[in-house]
Ligand binder design. Structure first.
Ligand code: ZN
Ligand code: ZN
Ligand code: ZN
Length: 538
């Protein structure tokens, strides 16, 4: 009888618990990790060399989307970060590039510039930043609103745009690295009137100087069989040195006047380690994940992008960067276990875009890639004066001049369109103001629509042949195209609420945020168009 009673009590409380289980969550902290320029293939490519505690722990214990993509053409840092946190495309969040031409203001706008605010933590003039151009709420804005502003948001990065856009409109603290001769984490008066004490203290500790040391490979370079040779024709020099290990950062970063050039750390894997150190300080000093309100910590690792641009995706330097980042992730996760507790945090990891191989490397290996600097080609054309600006693939016609010349606008547009189409390497020129175009289907059309905000569209859009890159005679890797190599990134979910597994389906990066919102039980941002990845949810 007693035993039966006990059984009854246990089953009733168990069923009550499981009914509530999918409504309330134990999650105290969501950690959003974005690795700048991380191609999906870096997971399988370096898999055998990763430790058990970093990428492998996340993939084996979490959910991996193997075919995650961006669905717009301007695959660069700002649109990537904005898309991740808003769950929608540039067509709604309005961050259509790192910068853009604003036809109403007739000038180029950098995505997070805002003259109304002042820099904090630096003697320089950088830091007049805010998220004013972001035309959406973000997942952590929604969390702030949901928790009556008791749940916190902290965002850290090496790049201002990554930190500011990830932080959203209501962040409690947003910090990014200012290299130059200062080597400090800085912010903007948009967030507060002075840097928090712990940030001042961290800057004053000059911990950054501990990382101005020799960069050699983590393991024996001979074991790095997954990448090309260290000395090759496809890398840029690093602070004047040929791109071969070891790099003595102390000597390389020394300027003639005795100052240190802290670019040395933004282009070495120690930048990731230093950012991780700073993120752990934020975790501790901002008491993240300690009370019952969910907090958000955005950690954007920017240095892999600088390293990719300099050395190329097939370099030993990039391989070493990921093997070391793996250890930084391990340390970050171990600290989450200790400070927040297993089962109390949720991680997502993704990238803002991928990258191409160095064009020269592909050409030397019989891949018939070509390079085209369209801006250069335009200069030679006698109709190029009809173009006022060329920005993010848009052609903006010079309407004033066209009026003055008494040419019909449609005729001028036709002339430019046909002229552009004759340039070798131009695949197609689209007229986005043409209804026939707007209601047509097609892969390129959808990439353009998703990238186009009504305020910022040009008169025409140019698409290059996919076997052309938009550079000329270039070294290192780049991105910013609609090609597969730029759109394909990893998505990993790990921790509380996540089902272990993987997906081979095409998943959109904008699906991350509605999935997280559903797990933690809050609303998704205002114009989220992503779909919930149910397979990832427990
Ligand atoms: Zn980037
Ligand atoms: Zn090298
Ligand atoms: Zn980049």
């Amino acid at each position: 009888m007693n035993r039966f009673f006990l059984f009854l009590v246990i089953s009733i409380s168990y069923s009550l618990f499981s009914q509530n289980d999918h409504i309330k969550t134990d999650i105290k902290l969501v950690v959003g990790i974005v690795v700048d320029q991380m191609k999906y293939e870096y997971i399988p490519r370096y898999w055998d060399k990763y430790s058990e505690g970093g990428f492998k722990r996340l993939v084996n214990g979490g959910f991996l989307a193997k075919n995650a993509h961006y669905s717009y053409y301007q695959t660069s840092t700002a649109p990537g970060h904005a898309t991740i946190v808003t769950g929608t495309s540039p067509s709604f969040h309005r961050i259509i590039g790192n910068s853009w031409y604003d036809k109403k203001l007739d000038k180029n706008i950098y995505c997070v510039d805002d003259d109304r605010f002042n820099p904090l933590g630096t003697k320089s003039n950088i830091g007049k930043k805010s998220p004013k151009n972001l035309q959406s709420t973000t997942i952590s804005d929604e969390n702030r609103i949901f928790t009556n502003f008791k749940g916190k948001t902290i965002s850290v990065s090496f790049k201002d745009r990554s930190a500011v856009l990830s932080g959203g409109h209501t962040a409690n603290g947003v910090f990014w690295f200012h290299s130059s001769n200062e080597g400090v984490f800085v912010s903007s008066s948009y967030y507060f009137n002075k840097l928090p004490d712990w940030v001042e203290k961290f800057n004053n500790s000059r911990k950054v100087d501990e990382y101005i040391k020799t960069w050699d490979t983590l393991y024996n370079i001979k074991s790095y069989t997954e990448s090309g040779s260290d000395l090759n024709n496809y890398e840029e020099k690093f602070l004047g040195q040929n791109a071969t290990f070891p790099y003595d950062l102390k000597t390389l970063s020394k300027k003639e006047n005795g100052d240190t050039d802290y670019q040395a750390i933004t282009t070495s894997p120690y930048g990731n380690t230093f950012l991780k150190d700073f993120a752990l300080e934020a975790l501790k000093n901002e008491n993240l994940g300690e009370d019952k309100h969910i907090d958000f910590l955005h950690v954007n690792f920017s240095t892999p992008d600088h390293i990719g641009h300099k050395f190329g995706v097939n370099s030993k330097e990039v391989q070493d960067t990921y093997l070391r980042l793996d250890l930084d992730l391990k340390d970050l996760i171990n600290n989450l276990d200790k400070k927040v507790g297993k089962g109390k945090y949720l991680i997502y990891l993704t990238a803002d875009h991928g990258a191409t191989h160095v064009p020269k490397f592909l050409i030397d290996n019989k891949i018939p890639l070509k390079e085209l600097d369209l801006r250069n080609s335009l200069r030679e054309k006698d109709w190029s004066n009809l173009i006022k600006a060329y920005s993010n693939n848009y052609v903006f016609l010079n309407k004033e001049l066209i009026d003055n010349m008494e040419i019909d606008y449609e005729d001028a547009k036709e002339l430019v369109k046909n002229g552009l189409k004759e340039i070798d390497g131009v695949y197609e020129v689209y007229d986005i103001n043409d209804n026939n175009y707007m209601f047509s289907d097609g892969y390129y059309q959808s990439l353009i629509k998703n990238n186009s905000h009504p305020d910022l569209i040009g008169d025409l859009v140019v698409f290059l042949n996919p076997m052309y890159t938009t550079r000329y005679n270039s070294l290192g890797s780049s991105h910013g195209t609609p090609a597969f190599y730029d759109t394909h990134v990893p998505i990993i979910f790990y921790g509380a609420g996540i089902k272990t597994g993987y997906s081979n389906d095409i998943i959109n990066v904008k699906d991350i945020v509605p999935t997280i919102a559903s797990i933690i039980g809050i609303g998704a941002p205002v114009s989220t168009t992503g779909k919930i990845i149910s397979d990832a949810i427990k």
